[in-house]
Design a protein. Sequence first.
Length: 302
Amino acid sequence: MHKKKILITGALGQDGLILSNILLKKNYNVFGIIKNKKYKRQNSKIKYKKLDLKKKEDLFNYIKKIKPETIVHFGSNNPSYIEKIKNNKFYNENVYFTKSLIQAFVNNNLKVHFIFANSSQIFSKKKNKVNEKSKFIISTKYNKFRINILKFLNKFKDDKNFSYTNLILFNHDSKLRNEKFLFPRLIKAIKNKDINFVNKIYNQNIIADFSHAEDICYAIYLLIKKNICIENLILSSGKKTKVNNLIDQLILKYKLKFKFSSKIKNNKNYLIGNNNLAKKLLKWRPKKNIFDALTEMYESNT
């Protein structure tokens, strides 16, 4: 029986790890492009390849050798919650190696479904609620890279071998999330009783569309399984969640003692993604929520 070949870039990041494990359980042949071979989270059943995506010739040769039928492109240098991109290095590197990856398939005339893991940050936050038809707005170098890649992908719309899906992912977390991001930092601060940091986040009154990463990755698996090629697809909880409510729940659940100042911002700048299309096409329903993810983070020793 033929085992479908799936290539994942950023295979050792949160989403790459979760999706890889799902695909292995479903009997797929999983390949992973990684930056560093010395990593404790590696799975012995996955064929990892340490590859510098900026080296176009090496990338072309590797793609030609393994001939994957689907690629999920998670591998980009993304800024964290607190980082600001002040120069063009981030933008130029991501554009270069993502275009090289696409060209590796097109130039080798390989049949593939290219799944581009995009971000909800390509939308304008002034709308609050968005769907697949909402307009993309360039506002930072982070989303400029992602929107420009979509323009590049559009050039291959009529290519019979190359199909693509712009997968628009809203906020999603798990205990595997990199420690530089918001929720791992928040959990660490709560555990260490860093009242100043927790109070700082509480005062910002952050509101967003949050999901558990396992739900998001399971939806990606369904996209692969059903072999659905659609230009744009939103994966999200479809719900408005206040980070302050999550903090309150954690404090109550673990009987913690925190006092907050009353200087809470009136936040009207948030995005909620309409996930109705994903539910309809994939027959997908989220089984967990962001509080499940935070609980797992809090109770994890990793």
